[in-house]
Design a protein around this ligand. Structure first.
Ligand code: C5P
Length: 211
């Protein structure tokens, strides 16, 4: 039995008490991966941004809002875990300042000054223990395989799942599973539950049984 942490869903970065930046992630891939991970007999902790998807009852769920909160909760859970699957789509930018009151319209538009948020899997990939492993996801629209491999290396991942843009907010997914040496160990498409089982099979074979 391995202990596996899964990040899932979007994060939010508030501009003022009512407005925020986010993205279109539903958490469905995270939920499907959690279900598949449990079916393989592993213990699952999901660090989730705000979603309406239902996670499996047997998974521990830690709810977060911002990317920094997701990093903090994931770091804590990963300390006593064997592996991390980064299925979340964290918001990559946050406002330099958060207004404490609701911004009023002035008729002149609004200039936002944004700074980058931390990258969760890159941060934890760079500091993982030799026996720990990290799996990332990559969503690209051109040079898909090459960019996924570059991303895996840059974020210190042991495996990357390269998926198509159609995956966002869809029930289906079409992915390639790629290892550190560039070998493609899976080409999967279909409902997210089935794709998640195929991904877990490769994680089991190449990462869980290796460590
Ligand atoms: O760079 P990009 O967002 O395309 O990378 C996607 C991968 O990185 C996913 O595994 C996602 O969960 C992870 N990620 C992260 N923290 C961020 C942005 C992306 O862990 N701030």
């Amino acid at each position: 039995m391995a202990r596996i942490v899964i990040t899932s869903g979007p994060t939010r970065q508030y501009l003022d008490p009512v407005r925020y930046l986010t993205n279109g992630s539903s958490g469905r891939m995270g939920a499907a991966l959690a279900q598949a991970t449990l079916e393989f007999g592993h213990k699952v902790t999901i660090i989730s941004g705000p979603v309406s998807v239902a996670y499996p009852a047997a998974a521990e769920v830690v709810d977060v809002i911002t990317t920094q909160e997701m990093l903090d909760a994931t770091r804590l859970a990963f300390e006593s875990a064997d592996g991390l699957i980064g299925a979340a789509a964290p918001c990559d930018y946050m406002p330099r300042h958060i207004e404490s009151h609701k911004l009023s319209k002035t008729g002149e538009g609004l200039q936002l000054s944004l700074i980058e948020t931390p990258d969760i899997i890159a941060t934890l990939g760079a500091s993982k223990q030799p026996k720990q492993w990290v799996v990332g996801f990559a969503l690209e629209t051109e040079d898909i395989r090459f960019r996924a491999i570059v991303k895996m290396s840059r974020k210190c991942c042991d495996m990357i799942v390269s998926n198509s843009a159609e995956a966002m907010n869809s029930d289906d997914n079409s992915v390639e599973v790629i290892l550190r040496d560039g070998s493609i160990v899976g080409q999967l498409n279909g409902p997210k539950q089935e794709v998640a089982r195929g991904i877990l099979l490769q994680i089991q074979k190449h990462l869980v049984e290796r460590s």
